[in-house]
Design a protein around this ligand. Sequence first.
Ligand code: B16
Ligand code: MG
Length: 223
Amino acid sequence: MKAVLFDLDGIITDTAGYHFLAWKSLAKKLGMELDEEFNEQLKGVSRTDSLELILKRGQLENTVTLAEKERLAASKNEVYNQMIKQMNASDSLPGIESLLIDLKTNHFLLGLASASQNGPAILKKLGLYDLFDTIVNPAELSAGKPDPEIFQKAAEQLGCSVSECVGIEDAAADVESINRAKMVSIAVGDKEVLHAADKVIKTTNELTVDLIKTIWTECCEIN
Ligand code: B16
Ligand code: MG
């Protein structure tokens, strides 16, 4: 194992609630109510694709112009940025900061494979930006998760082969992205939802360098 690739939202920090509130407020202006169940579909999905899903739900997809879509996406991002303004070093999920430091101390490479264009700014707020060796720019991808491109790109940027990487995610579509990239996948959350992962754990503070190395080694022995 040479590298560990992290999702941001739901693994490094819990920004999912803010994304939900920002989309909910935008949907309300469009005359729609969004519930938590629908929000599950938006996890790991890019800003533009999330907007498309919301417009489709309101049967508005053919009535909104491209310029209007851009305006709506920008306005959601403004609301979201307002909400995350106060984030600081205390906002990383349990055990994440020490895990990243331990991985670096053990000479593993770290990559960010997040659909969020706000990823670098959020890592800076959390004081974790300098620990990362690479960050994939989601704006440069031709396909979002569950396509494997984002994980393949992270491996390429680190100069690693996919077999040398472990990906860590919190949503089903995102686990699919890691698996399709032919990397070892670790999921954090509900086993029923995330069963496709090579290993599912309940919370981020269970993640340790030893656990990640053991999972990677076991997967290599099986394959
Ligand atoms: P932004 P992840 C994803 O982050 C979020 O899960 C998803 O809800 C959001 O729409 C997407 O980032 C884009 O975020 O609007 O900040 O560019 O889970 O891939 O780290
Ligand atoms: Mg996520």
